[in-house]
Design a protein around this ligand. Structure first.
Ligand code: SF4
Length: 63
């Protein structure tokens, strides 16, 4: 699983980092993805972040 942030939509609320700081880090008010591939153990938390991001700024990259 791979994800990206649509930076124009991100408001830097920090929810994604709070739920999965292995994968997301808010830098200068915008979330960034720290990993190429989401670790298997983090997948459920990443799905939580995708589903609960208030601006739907996190997108799964489909291969
Ligand atoms: S949850 Fe969404 S809006 Fe909030 S920091 Fe993460 S990507 Fe940005």
């Amino acid at each position: 699983m791979k994800v990206k942030i649509n930076e124009d939509n991100c408001i830097g609320c920090g929810y994604c980092e709070g739920v999965c700081d292995e994968v997301f880090e808010v830098v200068d008010g915008v979330s960034t993805v720290k990993v190429q591939e989401v670790p298997a153990a983090a997948k459920d938390n990443v799905i939580d972040a995708i589903e609960n991001c208030p601006t739907s700024a996190i997108e799964e990259i489909k291969d």
